[in-house]
Ligand binder design. Structure first.
Ligand code: TYD
Length: 133
């Protein structure tokens, strides 16, 4: 099964422009506890490089584009996020890296838990050990 799970978000746009609405447990398969966004990423910078033990996330490029690399310890898959109408689901125990941010990229992330540094695995060897046991 592919690591890349994309959801099409319904656009409620009309002749005035576009609008996307996101609701907990409706078009997002978890209760949203936290929202953050990444923007103004400097040229050549990549981010992420971690996994979570207990966190569901949905990533949406609401402006610009970036490339998300997902890795479950066995397979790596890369996907370009280029549309505010598409959301990428990232489940637990997935190593993620974000690359190739466009200057105008705004990456919105919806998360199922509050921020908890203890939930992070930031060391790749530790991640491989964690998913293999
Ligand atoms: P970090 O996890 O390094 O970001 P990324 O994975 O995108 O490279 O987060 C950067 C800093 O922000 C770090 O000090 C932790 C803090 N942070 C919060 O306080 N709350 C949050 O929800 C997030 C995502 C990060």
């Amino acid at each position: 099964m592919s690591l890349v799970k994309l959801i099409d978000l319904p656009s409620l746009g009309d002749e005035r422009g576009s609008l996307v609405a996101i609701e907990s447990l409706s078009n997002v398969p978890f209760e949203i506890q936290r929202v953050y966004y990444i923007f103004g990423t400097e040229k050549g910078i990549s981010r992420g490089f971690h996994a979570h033990k207990n966190l569901q996330q949905l990533a949406i490029c609401v402006a610009g584009k970036c490339r998300m690399l997902l890795d479950d310890g066995k397979t790596k898959e890369s996907v370009w996020l280029t549309s505010p109408k598409q959301a990428l689901i990232i489940g637990e125990n997935i190593w993620r890296e974000m690359h190739d941010f466009s200057d105008d990229c705004v990456l919105l992330v919806l998360a199922s838990q509050h921020y908890d540094e203890n939930d992070y695995i930031r060391d790749y060897s530790e991640f491989l050990r964690y998913v293999k046991c």
